[in-house]
Design a protein around this ligand. Sequence first.
Ligand SMILES: [Zn+2]
Length: 99
Amino acid sequence: MKEHFCSVEKAWIAYEDKCNWCDESEGRMSEIKVGDVVQVSPDYEMFGACMVVVTEVKDWGIQGYVQSAGVEGQQYIRLKFGEIEATGGRAVWAVGGAE
Ligand SMILES: [Zn+2]
C-alpha cells in the first residue's frame, strides 16, 4: 500500500498499485530521477505547492531543493513519495550538488 495526497480528491488516499481518483501509480513514482522537478502537496507545511529539484532518489522518497529568489544557496528538503507528485519537468541547471 502507498499513501499520497491526491490532487483530485484533495485528501490523503491509500492505494495499491494505482490511485482510483487520479491514476497516480507506484510505477510512475519509481521513474523519478535526479534533476526531475516535482511538486510538493499543497497541504505540506512551509514547502506546500513548492517546485523541488530532485538531487537524490531514496527507497522512501527524494531529497531535493527549492530555489528562492534573492536567497543565497538552496533550501534542501526530504520528502516521501506520498508528499510529492511528478511534474514531468526537468531542471536545465541542477545547481547546489551535495548538501
Ligand atoms: Zn490520487
